[in-house]
Ligand binder design. Structure first.
Ligand code: C5P
Length: 247
């Protein structure tokens, strides 16, 4: 599998830990995901640094705000040099369209619509008044995202196949919620600490709708996001290589 399709999530609360992992992995993955934890802890300079080193950055802002604020945040992400930014599709067409419009000034920036986070189940959706199950809701939101002009969607590996059929070949389908089967972490894993060890042996790691990276690609995902399975492995380079080698 093309290593450019694998995005490594830098879910750290400390800039030095993130930098150390990037030094180890270098250009072996397609992009690094900077999410709310690292961005809040380390600040936007880290994004500039990664971009300056030639890495693509997926800035996972999960924007859910009024359209004016969403547009401003997307422009700020573009100015930092991010390659991808996320907006919540549950915020509706208005904020997705505002994000797409704001990204026009940054040709290298793609807007991805987050559908239903992989930790949510049908009963979580029912709790917030949504009668549709996760599959139906993901497809509904993906249709809205495409109509609003988004470049792609974020969903779980379980929905990748139906999304590819719905969206056609051009849209990005990015799937977090990937876990590795038994024995897929050469070099073992770090002991579980306060922040948890790597995901092992089909552990779901808080992903209610999980799948392996290879199944996600086979179903039509264009990219997978991998976090702890790589970042908490004792040998992150080998863990990433195992994923890109195809299992
Ligand atoms: O679980 P893992 O460490 O591989 O998480 C990588 C990324 O996947 C996280 O940064 C988060 O954005 C996303 N994730 C998710 N749903 C979860 C857990 C993580 O979408 N339940």
């Amino acid at each position: 599998m093309d290593s450019r399709q694998v995005i490594v999530a830098l879910d750290f609360d400390d800039r030095r830990a993130a930098e150390a992992l990037v030094r180890r992995l270098g250009g072996a993955c397609g992009a690094y995901k900077v999410g709310l934890e690292l961005l809040t802890a380390a600040g936007p300079d880290l994004v500039r640094e990664l971009v300056g080193q030639g890495h693509e950055v997926f800035l996972d802002l999960k924007l859910f705000e009024i359209p004016h604020s969403v547009a401003g945040a997307v422009r700020a992400a573009g100015a930092l040099g991010a390659s991808m930014v996320t907006v919540h599709s549950m915020g509706g067409t208005g904020i997705m369209a505002a994000a797409v419009e704001a990204a026009r000034d940054f040709p290298g920036l793609r807007v991805l619509a987050l559908t239903v986070v992989t930790s949510m189940t049908g009963s979580d959706l029912a709790d917030i008044g949504i009668a549709a199950g996760p599959d139906e809701q993901v497809l509904r939101l993906a249709r809205l995202a495409a109509e609003a002009g988004c470049d792609g969607v974020i969903a779980s590996p379980l929905e990748a196949g139906r999304l590819r059929a719905l969206l056609g070949p051009e849209h990005l389908i990015v799937t977090p919620g990937v876990t590795l089967p038994d024995g897929a972490l050469p070099g073992g894993t770090l002991p579980d600490g306060p922040r948890g060890g790597a995901l092992r042996g089909g552990e779901a790691g808080g992903h209610a709708r999980a799948g392996t990276p290879w199944a996600a690609f086979a179903a039509g995902a264009s990219h997978v996001v991998v976090g702890r399975s790589v970042t908490r492995a004792t040998d992150p380079v080998a863990a990433l290589r195992r994923i890109t080698a195809g299992g």
